[in-house]
Every structure is written in C-alpha cells, then in structure tokens.
Design a binder for this molecule. Sequence first.
Ligand SMILES: [Zn+2]
Length: 484
Amino acid sequence: MNYEEVLRLGLERGFFMPSCEIYSDAPGGFWDYGPLGLNLRNRFIELWRRELVRKDGMIEIDGAQIMPKSVFIASGHLESFADPIISCKNCNTILRADKFITEKIGKYIPERLSNEEFDKLIQSYGLRCPNCNGEFSKTKRFNMMFKVGIGPAEDEAYLRPETCQTIFTNFPRLFKIMRGKLPLGFAQFGKSFRNEISPRQSLIRLREFYQAEIEVFFNPKKANEFEKFNLIKDYSLRIFKDGKIEKVTCQEALDKQLTPNKLITYYLALIQKFYDKTGIDMERSRFRTLAEYERAFYAQVAYDFEVETSLGWIELVACNYRTDYDMSGHGKVSGKDVRVMDNGEKIIPHIFELSMGVDRSIYCILEHNLKRDGERLLLSLKPYLAPIQVSIFPLVNRDSLPEKARSIYLMLRDDFDVFYDESGSIGRRYRRMDEIGTPINITIDYQTLKDDTITIRDRDSMKQFRVSIANLKETLRQIIYKYD
Ligand SMILES: [Zn+2]
C-alpha cells in the first residue's frame, strides 16, 4: 500500500494524527498517537526489549530529556549539529542549502560542504528563490537543537537531540554499580527533539520523536575476540554497497571486509533479525554502507538499515561506530575520569550504536502489512504487535447472545486487549477488525448456548474453528504470542 492509504487509515482509525490540529498555528512535525497507534508502539517496544535488550543482557535506562549546555559542548552538537540554510532577501523563504541545490542541479550535494562552497554553487548555477525569484543571502548554519531556559535565570539547556547522551553521562556510575564487564550494551527508549527545517510525511520526519537506542561499550582491541559472533556467523546479512545488495553470511561479510569486526557484525545481525520479527518485508531491506561525506560527525564507520516504501528507501536504524569520541568528550568537558577497567587495563571504551527511529518503524510496519484482499482492506500485523488482539461479537443482537458475549468479554479483558461489538452485520464487524489488524475474532452463536464453545475466525485465512470456553485463554495465548 502507499503513503496516502496508510495516512488515511492512521487518521480515520485513530492510530496517529497531527498534534493540536484544531489550531491554525499548530507547527508541523508534531504528531500524536491515538489508542491503536499507542498500543502498536508499546508492543513494538516490547518486541525490541525481547529480541535485543533481554536477549543480549543489556542494561536499560530512562533519562531526562533536558540536559545542560556542557553536555552538548562535550558531544559536539553545539558546534556541529547544524544544517546549512539560505534565505531569500526579498520574501524571507528559508531553505536547506544542500537539499535545494541537489534538487535544482540534479546532482547530490552533501551537507558537509562549507558555507562558502554553498555560496559558490548558488552563484555558479545562478540559483534564485523558487517563490519570488529573489536573491539569496549568504549560507548560514542553523542548529537543530531546541534551546530551553532552566529556572528564573533561564540557564542555557537543550532538549536532547538523541537519547544516547543520557546513556553516556550515566555510564561511569552504572557500569560500576551493575558490576559491568566489557563489552556491554546500554539501551534507552524515549523522546528526542530536533528542530527540523522541513518536517514532513507525518511519522517520517518529526520534530519530537521516539528513539530506541542501544550503545554497546567495548574495548576496541578486543572487537574480534567476541564469542557471541559464533551464534550468528552463518546468518545472512543484506549489505548494500556500490549500487547493489549483497547477501552474505556474517562470516563472509567479515572476510570480504564489508564489516570491520566481529562485534559490529553481530549487532548488525541482531537488528536485522529483530526487524524480521516485526513483519517488515526483509526482501525490501538493506544495510547501506555510508560514504565518508554522509556520516554523522561522530561516526567512523556507519550503516543505515533502510526499508523500501512507497516514499522510497527510509532509514530506520543508524548503526554508527562512534569510537571513543563521546566518552573522551564527556571526560574532557566534565573533568571526571570516565575510564573503566578491562582485564587489568584502564581504558576509555569505544561505542557501537544502533539508533532506531521508532515512529518511522511503526509507519513501515503499517505500510508493509496493509493490503487489499479482494473486497476487504487487511492489516496483516504479527499477532503479537496487533493493537487489539481479540474481538468478540454476538452473531445476532438477541436471544441472550449479547449477554453471553459480554460475559466472555469480561473474562478476557484483564489479560488481552479486547474489543466488543454488537452493532451492524457480522460481515461488517469483521471488516472493521481486519482493517486494524485484529488477529482473532470470536463469535458467540446459538451453539455456544448449548455446549459452551465459541467460533474463532483467523484474520488472514478467514478460516473458522470452534474452541471450548474452558480452553479459550490458553488458545488465545498460543496464537498471539507465537514468535516463530
Ligand atoms: Zn523569495
């Protein structure tokens, strides 16, 4: 399905909607989750915890969203987290210099160029304002962090532009009290904030958004002494380099130097395995190796895990080898010793990061699973991700069928997300559930009154079978929590 269909479903069924939409001055790039979207997102995060955090024995934290200026001096964001912008001298239209020039001249222009280089390009191609044909001002840098003032003195602070900074600042204490041993992963799910110049496409580019980040701390000398690698060495990765996707086992990726070491290869495999479980079509996914000019300022090696959609390839996870850039920076600026012991040696650990965009992932799951199946619109979500897990309908609205159906609803609602509906034709009630991805429909009919069995309808195959009410909870658990 395409973007418009997903957006329509999102708005009409309350998965997500623009924030403050009743106000005309509501800024772009802020979206709210409704009940279905919230459930889907919660289940997505539970899957992330299951497949990554717990499976790998990581430490999860939840840090503050506002952090003092020093943090961002240390992290480099104050200086480097800035986009090049140009503005029209006549009508004040503001544009991203790199994006605008790329579009105009049909050749990729990286944001890494200097302000002077942008000015030169604008001059040599004679580029003018697309709105009024006016002249552009000189290129400036626009920092994408939201500044806030703390207390009445309004001390300078910022909303975090990535969740990981709270992991870095907490690392020395947590490593010690958790009696950590390198390598060790830290994880965090939470909000980040970026003052995007042109937010767009609902959940794809937001100014306030959710990240699920993993920072693996390790000793760089030992990145190839990594036993867990053996668990995945025959697992096949999809690595995109020089214009094509190569399907290689993790061992082959290492041998061909598509990946730098065992530790990084292992975590790339983990993230691909995770997405395989979300129901995203893996045939439309890839790890794209980033060229030097595309990488973030702190990254030495970087891969974007990308998924193909109706909007093109979308980056869902930035996998960055951040070296000791962050911990060295925090050590220097804070004046604290951030080194840790590793086999009798005091070192500043290196970091490999899996930085996941949660909202975009939710979008891709919806787009890849929404389909037309004959007359019906079907959202074939994995049962463990479905926002509503079970629907309960009396076949008809009389002869004490509704009473019986409601008693089953009450029996199930503490353990499952259940929806009860007795209005309209049964076919119509099924359709409404198919569209939001409810995997199990339970129908109460005349037979139920005789022998205490109910009908279960499977969403994808539409096949029906009878189950006794006594076995119902266990049957539902088996269907919903089947992780293959
Ligand atoms: Zn203009």
